[in-house]
Design a protein around this ligand. Structure first.
Ligand SMILES: *Cc1c(COP(=O)(O)O)cnc(C)c1O
Length: 323
């Protein structure tokens, strides 16, 4: 690695800090995938957190790093997906106020989930951009802290705790396959792994539709793209312009950036259901979908990060009916 992005010790500090509210997750040996690829394959089960995704790690590290005064004023976000759920959950656990700004397009079931976690929900305008603007106003006017979903050192270090666990659970690890959107997850995990052994290969997997980080890496700078509908909805969204941390980190730490089709993602979801009896969301199945096409993947152990399970059962039902 050419330069340290932040002290590597911060990863261990994050691990220590979040331990009281974020448990480690299991590393599950996948017999069928190991047979298929002819090398050991393991699944890191990040969907098994109480919030259903790994985002709890970064959110917890960021929120527990705030000063007592900042915590008292509270936190805010405009995410209604896995990040929003994580922020609301952590706020409830540590007993600080949390406000989620949403547009009037957000479905009721998502709003209800946030309210159950005792978050205050403010409905504002009819686009994600307006919700984001309201968040910013809360920061300026009431001193609340906006918790970023990926482009923040404390968030990246929090996601990096996955890498530390992986080294303990599988010290022979050769390859990591990681779903890639804003790049907080990939930056954190690869920073941890490569600071321990630079030869560990990191593959970032995005969906073919609206893969903003993938396109930005190709172009050499952050780009903006229209959002298209995809099974991997948790991988949608821009990477921020300016992007301060994750673009540079991803560019340096990634060995290979891959795109997977909607069909591959669907196959990955059905494979997890059939062979491992696990329901996972499209984003989380993207790495499985990729591996299914790459039977000659080379030397393992390979770890696939299974990132979340926030999926409407009706979507899985549709996939089952279509096959
Ligand atoms: C956020 C998320 C990702 C991508 O993480 P980034 O840090 O944005 O790259 C992947 N899978 C799931 C389920 C997510 O919620």
């Amino acid at each position: 690695m050419t330069k340290p992005f932040f002290p590597i010790r911060d990863l261990w500090k994050a691990r220590h800090r979040i331990q009281p509210i974020v448990g480690s997750t299991a590393l599950h040996y996948s017999e069928p995938l190991s047979e298929l690829t002819n090398t050991p394959v393991y699944l890191k089960l990040e969907q098994s957190h109480p919030t259903g995704s790994f985002k709890i790690r970064g959110a917890a590290n960021k929120m527990l790093s705030l000063s007592a005064q900042e915590q008292e004023k509270g936190v805010t976000t405009f995410s209604t997906g896995n990040h929003g759920i994580a922020v609301a959950y952590v706020a409830k656990e540590i007993g600080i106020p949390c406000t989620v700004c949403i547009s009037n397009r957000v479905p009721k079931q998502k709003v209800d989930r946030l309210k159950k976690l005792k978050a205050e929900v403010i409905v504002t305008g009819n686009s994600q951009d307006q919700a984001a603007l309201h968040c910013k106003q809360l920061e300026v006017q009431s001193g609340m802290t906006v918790i970023p979903p990926f482009d923040d050192q404390a968030v990246i270090a929090g996601q990096g705790t996955i890498g530390l666990e992986l080294m303990e659970q599988c010290p022979d690890l050769q390859q990591a396959i990681i779903p890639l959107s804003g790049g907080g997850l990939l930056s954190g995990i690869s920073y941890a792994l490569k600071s321990i052994d630079e030869s560990i290969r990191v593959t970032g997997v995005s969906m073919e539709k609206s893969a903003v980080m993938h396109e930005s890496l190709k172009t050499g700078q952050p780009v903006a793209m229209e959002e298209e509908e995809t099974l991997a909805d948790s991988l949608l969204g821009g990477i921020g312009d300016p992007n301060v941390h994750t673009f540079a980190m991803t560019r340096e730490l990634l060995d290979e950036a891959i795109l997977v089709s909607e069909q591959s993602i669907a196959k990955g979801m059905l494979y997890m259901l059939d062979h491992h009896k696990m329901a996972v969301e499209g984003a989380a199945a993207s790495g499985i979908g990729f591996l299914l096409k790459e039977a000659k993947r080379g030397k393992g152990p390979i770890v696939v990060i299974v990132t979340g399970n926030n999926v409407d059962p009706a979507i899985i039902e549709g996939l089952i009916k279509q096959r």
